[in-house]
Design a binder for this molecule. Structure first.
Ligand SMILES: Nc1ncnc2c1ncn2[C@@H]1O[C@H](COP(=O)(O)OP(=O)(O)O)[C@@H](O)[C@H]1O
Ligand SMILES: N[C@@H](CCOP(=O)(O)O)C(=O)O
Length: 316
């Protein structure tokens, strides 16, 4: 369930008029997604997606709009905010912040193959290359400090097998924090999972859901992405997919020696981030009609990342 705020046709027509995109043909709530209310909107001049922002970092909406403008200007397939005739991007509907974006074509990929992973690696590198010279600053609200603050209390609720896994990973994060924060930075998507990418056949047609985007170490974004696109059910890495993703990324943004050194640890950090957020979500949304992802998926991935036999393609 993801339409938290239903809309009447008339209020939508009034909202859409200032964009000058023609009459409303049809609209439909989107069932996927878990944070916001999203609608497919068909207007005379094309297909769009309307988002009513329900929760999350409302004060940072201007950051997301600016970042998506930068990425759109760089030629990336992202859902940038359309402007009304008066130049307004961030508006209000049903007392919620509201944005209208172009509807991107394509579907989510469930079973990723090496070709998909290659496309995703290139896309991620293009996001980083487009923003690394002048990242727009935004601190992640799920960054290292958040992990170190939330982790210990979550660890105490785990069973005897899981507890040491999380505890040791948190100790590693605390020890490596200064080195991680000194890594090369850019703007990060920070949630580039399969359900945030759209493929039209073999072609990567869109990247959506930038609400975790922030500024930070590029290597962290790569680890987040690879952990989702290149993991088997048991959490182990798929070598062919991982090499395809890393090779495509490195062709556009070569790695530094320090990145190559911190890579195995970074894969673990990225597991901790989503293990924790899923544990917290499972607790706080229990019994509600909200999509909750399985925390154990990241426990398995973290367990499998204790020995990482996947060096970064690093050239001196
Ligand atoms: N610009 C877009 N173009 C096409 N589909 C979109 C677009 N934005 C969202 N969607 C669809 O809506 C679904 C939910 O969007 P998402 O941003 O993940 O929601 P939430 O913020 O609630 O997690 C996506 O899985 C996708 O199918
Ligand atoms: N892709 C994530 C969900 C988004 O992270 P959140 O911290 O904003 O809930 C997942 O699969 O857990």
């Amino acid at each position: 369930m993801s339409v938290f705020t239903p809309l009447e046709r008339h209020e939508l027509e009034v909202f859409l008029a200032p964009y000058g995109l023609g009459r409303l043909r049809d609209f439909q709530g989107i069932a996927a997604g878990s944070e916001n209310s999203n609608f497919f909107v068909s207007l005379e001049q094309g297909e769009y997606v309307l988002t009513l922002v329900e929760r999350g970092p409302m004060a940072d909406l201007p950051f997301f709009i600016e970042l998506l403008d930068v990425l759109h200007d760089a030629g990336l397939p992202v859902p940038y905010a359309l402007r009304t005739r008066d130049g307004e991007a961030l508006r209000s509907l049903a007392e919620k912040p509201a944005l209208l974006q172009p509807r991107l074509s394509g579907k989510h990929v469930r079973e990723a193959n090496a070709h998909h992973c290659q496309e995703v690696g290139s896309l991620l590198a293009r996001i980083h290359v487009a923003t690394r010279d002048a990242p727009i600053e935004r601190r992640s609200d799920r960054g290292l400090d958040w992990m170190l603050a939330e982790g210990p209390s979550q660890a105490l609720k785990l069973d005897d097998e899981a507890l040491p896994l999380l505890r040791d990973a948190l100790a590693e994060i605390a020890a490596l924090k200064p080195r991680i924060l000194a890594l090369p930075r850019a703007n990060l998507h920070a949630d580039l999972f399969r359900d945030n990418v759209l493929f039209d056949g073999n072609h990567l047609a869109g990247v959506i859901d930038f609400y975790n985007a922030c500024s930070g170490p590029m290597l962290y974004d790569l680890a987040i992405t690879l952990n989702d696109w290149c993991s088997h059910e048991d959490g182990s890495l798929d070598g062919a997919c991982a090499r395809a993703l890393l090779g495509a990324y490195a062709a556009l943004r070569p790695f530094t020696a320090t990145e190559a050194e911190l890579w195995p640890a970074m894969l673990r950090v990225a597991c901790v981030r989503f293990w924790l957020s899923r544990l917290i979500a499972a607790e706080s949304f229990a019994g509600q009609e909200v999509l909750i992802h399985d925390p154990a998926e990241f426990q398995r991935r973290l367990a499998q990342r204790q020995q990482v036999n996947l060096p970064l393609p690093f050239a001196l």
